[in-house]
Design a protein. Structure first.
Length: 341
């Protein structure tokens, strides 16, 4: 039997599908494996090229197979779909992955280390708790408004509502409602305490990471965004340019061009929505500061022609490209030199 040169691996929870070809492209193996058989099977194979989709558990299997000496490449699932023939089956998916991984123009995803995935778990958990905090505050504001107690949005307004509930002499809140809303207050306090604990963990990792510290030097990038960038992008060289990185984040216009007529719309919003949201939040804050300090003349000039949100997108795009350059070259951020006269 010919030796296996390329393998397309369709991963799942329990049953994994393999599609292997030799150097001539002839099919050598097509079979299923259980989870417990995976490492034993690939340990017996000579080093080969293995492609798998960058989906759940993809980074884990990428690390495990790479440790066995194989060349492992993760492919975005949307880039595999065009190679699926007819109906979707595990065998068809594995064959499509095997075909896609050999394409010279294919884009791949860097394999995250276990430490980077731990940082991403930290970010996802914090994001979940922030949403729960917002839900508790909104519920508290809505219920209190029914009794004529209205406060502004945000944590400061929520604290004043909590103070009203704690005041037993305030007869606007019935005793039953006071006892019920105390449950929401307890949930809110717990979420805020857990968010603070996670942010301390995040800042500790940020201080220990050279890449994260360099990224935080960019205006509009704080420890949260810097750690998210450092953990999400394990290898910046998978992007050929900062513009491609910004396009991957969905910060470039969606294009629908035909017949030689370019048509550009709003931003595509593709890629990592969490990173894009952090960059947009940082750009909006940096934009407010630039209005006060009159820094970044190109931003001030753009504000005269375009709406602030459009300028914030342009600034987030610029921040993304700067972050890619720092991660790619390993250099520190250098503030632009003001033009003479």
């Amino acid at each position: 039997m010919s030796s296996i040169s390329v393998i397309g691996l369709d991963i799942a929870k329990h049953v994994f599908q393999i599609h292997g070809i030799d150097e001539s492209g002839a099919i050598v193996v097509r079979r299923q494996l259980r989870r417990g058989q995976m490492l034993g099977y690939f340990a017996k194979l000579p080093p080969c090229l293995i492609g798998l989709e960058a989906c759940a558990t993809g980074h884990h299997w990428g690390r495990e197979l790479r440790a066995l000496g194989h060349d492992v490449r993760l492919i975005p699932p949307q880039y595999v779909k065009p190679y699926v023939k007819r109906n979707k089956t595990d065998a068809a998916d594995a064959e499509a992955i095997c075909e896609a991984v050999t394409r010279p123009s294919m884009h791949f995803v860097g394999i995250k280390s276990a430490e980077q995935q731990a940082v991403m778990a930290l970010h996802r958990t914090r994001d979940l708790l922030v949403r729960q905090r917002t839900m508790a505050i909104n519920a508290l504001r809505g219920h209190m408004a029914e009794f004529g107690v209205v406060e502004v949005q945000g944590i400061a307004g929520a604290e004043r509502l909590v103070a009203v509930l704690a005041d037993g002499s305030d007869d606007r809140i019935p005793p039953l409602a006071r006892r019920v809303l105390a449950v929401l207050v307890e949930q809110l306090r717990g979420a805020m305490a857990r968010i603070d604990a996670l942010e301390r963990e995040m800042k500790a990792w940020h201080k220990a990471s050279d890449v994260s510290r360099r990224l935080a030097m960019i205006p509009g990038v704080g420890p949260v965004t810097a750690t998210a960038l450092a953990a999400t992008v394990p290898d910046a060289s998978v992007f050929s340019s900062g513009r491609q990185f910004a396009a991957w984040l969905g910060l470039t216009p969606r294009q629908y061009s035909t017949g030689g007529k370019p048509r550009l719309g709003g931003i595509s919003k593709r890629g990592d929505g969490y990173l894009r949201r952090l960059l947009m939040t940082g750009a909006t804050a940096a934009l407010r500061r630039s209005k006060q300090t009159r820094a970044r003349p190109w931003v001030q000039a753009l504000l005269k022609r375009r709406p602030p949100k459009v300028v914030a997108v342009a600034l987030a795009n610029k921040t993304a490209r700067t972050a890619w350059a720092l991660m790619k070259t390993g250099e520190a951020y250098r503030a632009p030199t003001p033009a003479a006269g």
